[in-house]
Design a protein around this ligand. Structure first.
Ligand SMILES: Nc1ncnc2c1ncn2[C@@H]1O[C@H](COP(=O)(O)OP(=O)(O)O)[C@@H](O)[C@H]1O
Ligand SMILES: O=P(O)(O)O[C@H]1O[C@H](CO)[C@@H](O[C@H]2O[C@H](CO)[C@@H](O)[C@H](O)[C@H]2O)[C@H](O)[C@H]1O
Length: 444
């Protein structure tokens, strides 16, 4: 294989959809590790590059690339190269890299070695994505992670735990992964079982809300079932023994509640300072919103901290064969791996999904539909399903009052995150969380 022209990398990166540093001047790009992967007719370089900006922290990206007449070409455009990456995972293969090795990990066992067509078909996903996913043989979905972070990747860690230590199956089974070991260590790719004919929960819910003026009993039953699946996921997380220290439940302490409360108050300050320029009415709500956070610190602690999904919304669930499937355990992209792996109150996931119902209703209203106040019944059905399967679970607060105060505080926390997320990514959408903040009445 010819050598890569490294001077072309900054320009190459700026033209990639998944590159998040487009707005910042790049000082330089250096290759910090790389391996040559050879498979059939394909040879390419799997390079980890560090992008150093004029301002701000450096970032690392994974570049599976080949030299081309323009300088650099994405090797993932070649089906053969994709097959090569999957083969490394399927065979638990390894390839030496400059300062370590690229290591495939197969956890699917014999059963996971699905009968795949030969040659293996490769279908690219036509969705807006921060990574690059392909469907192999219509049975496996391989996600190549673009922006790398050092440390334990939560999506791999959670997928592995659920597949090997629990009986929770309402998620696409993790089949394997590709890791870079050594000084630049990171998870490079994950392979899951592909769920055919699935619709994502966001699209599914929007379609239902567009069609139905009032939510019908069938949809409410589905939402109850969604709450039940989430409850079962939390029961699976909470089943971890001491042999899985990253998952073992821990008692919820007063200091946890105080820390979370203080963090929400801090986020409120930062978020209102940013958003109040566009929505000055928010300033008048500051004190009553702070009260929600303060009440969290005053709750008498009961229950446990457990691992949670961490970024649960309707876009993180699939609907297939009349069943709900929960996926994407990466956590909130803006947080570090360490913070995403922290144990937390399970009610944070419940709050995340409740916020999504409000988003869906608001989206339909913004399209011109009249708001029908359907969030209340949907929320009630979802929480009812959740409580039904988690009744008496050690990780939940024992007191109903505490349950409600905690849930409201986590809804506020998610709302503030959403305001910041939308200001940064989709400014036109910021009015959705802002109007929800304005509607939050002072706590009783
Ligand atoms: N196991 C799966 N089966 C079917 N479709 C999936 C599966 N995993 C992901 N998808 C689809 O691929 C899309 C992108 O996946 P996701 O893991 O969210 O990627 P990213 O982290 O890059 O955003 C999802 O919105 C979903 O529609
Ligand atoms: O799916 P990601 O892990 O990238 O999550 C981020 O993007 C989401 C938007 O795609 C964002 O979710 C917010 O918008 C959704 C509608 O598009 C809505 O259903 C969610 O409730 C709302 O939070 C998510 O917060 C962000 O982390």
């Amino acid at each position: 294989m010819n050598t890569l022209d490294l001077t072309k990398l900054p320009d190459y990166l700026k033209h990639q959809r998944w590159f998040s540093g487009k707005a910042w001047p790049i000082k330089h790009v250096t290759v910090i590790d790389h391996a040559t992967i050879e498979s059939g007719d394909c040879a390419f370089s799997l390079a980890v590059v560090e992008v150093v900006y004029e301002l701000g922290s450096p970032e690392r990206y994974l570049l599976p690339v080949q030299p081309s007449s323009e300088g650099v070409r994405d090797a993932l455009e070649s089906d053969e190269c994709m097959r090569g990456l999957y083969d490394l995972i399927r065979t638990s293969g390894q390839v030496a890299s400059g300062s370590g090795r690229v290591q495939g990990e197969w956890i699917g066992g014999q059963e996971g070695l699905l009968a795949l067509p030969s040659p293996l078909s490769v279908r690219r996903l036509m969705v807006e994505q921060s990574n690059t996913s392909v469907v192999l043989g219509e049975k496996v979905i391989l996600k190549i992670i673009r922006k790398l972070e050092a440390g334990v990747n939560p999506e791999h860690e959670v997928g592995r735990f659920l597949a090997t230590k629990t009986s929770f199956r309402a998620t696409p089974t993790l089949l394997g992964a590709l890791h870079l070991e050594g000084t630049a260590g990171a998870t490079l790719a994950v392979a899951h079982r592909f769920v055919p004919d699935a619709t994502d929960g966001w699209k599914y819910t929007l379609d239902r809300l567009r069609q139905e003026r009032a939510v019908g009993e069938r949809f409410l039953t589905e939402m109850r079932e969604l709450g039940m699946r989430l409850g079962e996921l939390h029961l699976a997380f909470a089943s971890a023994t001491e042999e899985e220290p990253a998952f073992t439940p821990e008692p919820l302490l007063q200091e946890d509640l105080q820390r979370w409360s203080a963090s929400i108050v801090g986020e409120l300050g930062v978020t209102l300072a940013d958003a109040a320029r566009l929505h000055p009415d928010l300033e008048h709500r500051r004190e009553s919103l702070i009260d929600y956070a303060k009440r969290l610190a005053q709750v008498t602690p009961s229950g446990q901290k457990i691992r949670i999904h961490g970024d649960l919304h309707l876009g993180q669930v699939l609907r297939a064969n009349d069943q709900w499937i929960l996926f994407d355990f990466e956590g909130e992209p803006a947080r570090s791996f360490t913070s995403r792996r922290e144990k937390y109150s399970a009610l944070r996931d419940v709050a995340g999904m409740i916020r999504s119902f409000d988003y869906a209703e608001a989206t339909v209203s913004l399209e011109g539909g009249t708001p029908h106040e359907r969030v209340g019944p949907i929320r009630d059905a979802f929480v009812e399903g959740y409580k039904q399967v988690t009744r008496g679970a050690a990780f939940l607060p024992t007191d109903e009052g505490a349950f409600d105060i905690m849930l409201r505080a986590f809804e506020l926390e998610k709302l503030l995150y959403e305001v910041r997320y939308e200001l940064q990514n989709r400014p036109d959408w910021v009015r959705i969380p802002v109007s929800a903040l304005l509607r939050m009445e002072a706590p009783q």
